[in-house]
Design a protein around this ligand. Structure first.
Ligand code: IPE
Ligand code: IPE
Ligand code: MG
Length: 252
């Protein structure tokens, strides 16, 4: 069956906007938090699948800057789930050689969660099998503003000249400085928007949007997204002919 085997071309960096937990719960007349709880199970499933499939970096959008404006009860419950996830998954990450990272305005997170986060990053930092990168308290615009501030500070201190600020310099000041740009961005639950996710880094990412709600997202559906991605031609502004020429080794 097409799609049951992984494609040969696997993206180096897959980023997922995990959306639809609330709707999953509402359809079952359950409180929203039950949808988030189910969503954590999907996270575990997809991290395992991504590791097995050889994805180098998996970035999961878990909590946006704007999500702070949700009801206190929901925000509190999400922070609790995050803490429990980190605590419960450390051994799994160590066992599977997964290096854990986080991007976003982490200073806004509750102290208990933040120290658990730094502890997990620290304990898994030597792992080399896959990078699991959580976007937490993350907003693309805020990240770009932080990078701009850093660049200005470097210019003011004399460490850099304004004419040295180019795309690479900006990228180097983002939270994702040492990560490749996402090749594939998946969004669940059918919404056709970025919601402030990786605005700078997504410049040439391929998009895959599915109506499946995040709690129902599966390894099979991830495979479908990977097959879809593998069948696309990424032109980066070039013509199709130029891309084809580039694939032919010189001299042949
Ligand atoms: C995604 O699910 C999880 C977070 C944003 C934290 P939602 O909670 O946004 O679910 P919907 O969009 O209301 O269905
Ligand atoms: C995006 O989902 C953020 C996360 C998945 C963490 P939202 O549910 O917050 O996005 P909008 O509000 O529908 O754009
Ligand atoms: Mg949503």
């Amino acid at each position: 069956m097409i799609g049951s085997e992984p494609p040969t071309k696997i993206p180096a960096h897959v980023a997922i906007i995990m959306d639809g937990n609330g709707r999953w719960a509402r359809r079952r007349a359950l409180p929203r938090i039950m949808g988030h709880r189910q969503g954590v199970k999907t996270v575990k499933r997809i991290v395992t699948a991504a590791r097995e499939l050889g994805i180098g970096v998996l970035t999961l959008y878990a909590f946006s800057m704007e999500n702070w404006r949700r009801p206190d009860e929901e925000v509190g419950a999400l922070m609790g789930l995050l803490y429990d996830y980190l605590e419960g998954e450390l051994d799994e990450m160590l066992g599977r050689n997964i290096s854990f990272r986080a991007i976003g305005d982490l200073e806004r997170l509750p102290e208990r969660v933040r120290s658990k986060l730094y502890d997990t990053i620290d304990k898994t930092s030597e792992n080399s099998g896959m990078i699991l990168n959580l976007a937490l308290s993350y907003g693309g615009r805020a990240e770009i503003a932080r990078a701009a501030r850093r660049l200005v500070e470097m210019c003011v201190s004399g460490a850099m000249r304004p004419d040295e600020i180019d795309e690479q310099a900006v990228a180097g000041c983002l939270d994702t400085a040492d990560l490749p740009d996402p090749d594939l961005i998946i969004r669940t639950s059918g919404e056709m928007r970025l919601s402030n996710f990786l605005l700078f880094q997504a410049a040439y990412a391929e998009f895959y949007i599915t109506d499946t709600l995040w709690p129902d997202f599966s390894r099979d559906e991830l495979l479908r997204a990977l097959h879809d991605y593998a069948g696309r031609e990424r032109r980066f502004g070039l013509t199709s002919e130029q891309v084809y020429q580039k694939c032919i080794p010189k001299g042949s």
